[in-house]
Design a protein around this ligand. Structure first.
Ligand code: ATP
Ligand code: MG
Length: 349
């Protein structure tokens, strides 16, 4: 069976370092591994509209921002197909049929849906489209017959729900859809990067992000004002490493060679952690190091972004060509789905 990747992001803002370690960096590695037959990367504007229906301009503007972020991180349009979700009506049609295979109660139990409803303050006024987004995600994944879905940890419940719908479809209408598996980052710190404010998740909607496109000075300021251990008041106090966002970021980003280069007093992160835990190491020193580590990672991304920003028409061409190619693939699946569901009335005379 062909190995196919489907993954994507909502154009609700520029992409941040949480996206980068949680999914984007891994995608580039998978792309360059040569182990996959096809890679589809979706800019999920239709999904973004489920909770931004009244801000179409925001979604529209961020399509290009997300595309620039992809290209600057090393997504190669020769190897990966980047496309825009709403331009593929086959996805909407699949969603409509799959909705019959899921109960309202089941979606209501989806932990990610639950926490996102809370985070967005929807409570009693949940847009129906937003509530249905796990089903629309199933349409996105199955339309491309994806076998692998590299995403952050918050997407685990979505993948479970997708697999259930696939089972239900295949057992009702006959073996048609491919069951996907999730690819999570191996590094635990990357599963769900916290916000600079210490909140559990860095998220565009929470405004606690370091963006891939932030300039050097903005990144430095954000790092220097990051939340750390609130009980570590004086340098000599013992500090807590677990759940301290500065250390989570270091776990996610720093590599042994960074010490030789930026902080030769320590050999590795374990030594820094031990010093912090016993007391005597101030937050400012650690933040300065983190800033250097982040700048080293972000500098080449920033430079590539500048190059792509200078040729926006080419970026639009990439999106257009990618969308055409993706649409053809989704149409094949829809064709098979309609046949399985016996709603291909004019096909079989
Ligand atoms: P929004 O607030 O609009 O939902 P978001 O920041 O959650 O935006 P998404 O577009 O929903 O971003 O997520 C895109 C991908 O990035 C998903 O695979 C998701 O799992 C991953 N991701 C998002 N935030 C993080 C994070 N803080 N740490 C690790 N992965 C993340
Ligand atoms: Mg999200």
């Amino acid at each position: 069976m062909a190995k196919i990747i489907l993954t994507g992001d909502r154009p609700t803002g520029r992409l941040h370092v949480g996206h980068y370690v949680g999914s984007l960096k891994g995608r580039v590695e998978l792309q360059n591994s040569g182990k996959f037959d096809k890679i589809f990367i979706m800019i999920a504007d239709a999904q973004a509209l489920t909770d931004n229906a009244h801000q179409p301009q925001k979604v529209r503007e961020n399509i290009i921002q997300v595309a620039l972020d992809y290209l600057s991180c090393g997504i190669d349009p020769q190897k990966s197909t980047i496309f825009i979700q709403s331009m593929i009506p086959e996805l909407t049609e699949l969603t409509f049929y799959y909705m019959n295979l899921v109960t309202v109660a089941r979606v209501g139990r989806n932990p990610t849906v639950k926490s996102e409803i809370k985070m967005r303050g929807f409570q009693a006024s949940i847009p129906l489209g937003f509530f249905a987004y796990p089903v629309s995600q199933t349409a996105d994944i199955t339309a491309f017959a994806a076998t692998d879905v590299p995403v952050g940890e918050d997407q685990l419940p979505m993948l479970e729900q997708c697999r259930e719908i696939v089972h239900s479809f295949n057992s009702t209408y006959g073996e048609t859809l491919v069951e996907p598996r999730i690819i999570l980052p191996e590094n635990k710190a990357c599963l769900r990067l916290p916000g600079t404010d210490g909140k559990a998740k860095m998220s565009k909607s929470l405004g606690n992000c370091i963006y891939l496109s932030d300039d050097e000075e903005t990144v430095r300021k954000k790092v220097m004002s990051m939340f750390t251990d609130p009980n570590h008041l004086r340098v000599e106090d013992p500090g807590t490493v677990e759940g301290n966002p500065v250390f989570v970021y270091l776990d996610a980003f720093c590599r042994p060679e960074h010490f030789a280069k930026f902080w030769p007093e320590y050999k590795n992160l374990d030594e820094v952690k031990a010093h912090y835990q016993r007391g005597g190491l101030g937050d400012v020193k650690i933040k300065k190091f983190l800033n250097q580590v982040l700048q080293a990672e972000l500098a080449p991304i920033r430079a590539r972004r500048k190059e792509w920003e200078a040729k926006l028409p080419e970026v639009y061409e990439i999106l257009k060509a990618g969308t055409e190619k993706a649409r053809a693939a989704a149409a094949e699946t829809l064709y098979a789905v309609r046949a399985a569901m016996q709603i291909n009335y004019f096909e079989n005379k």
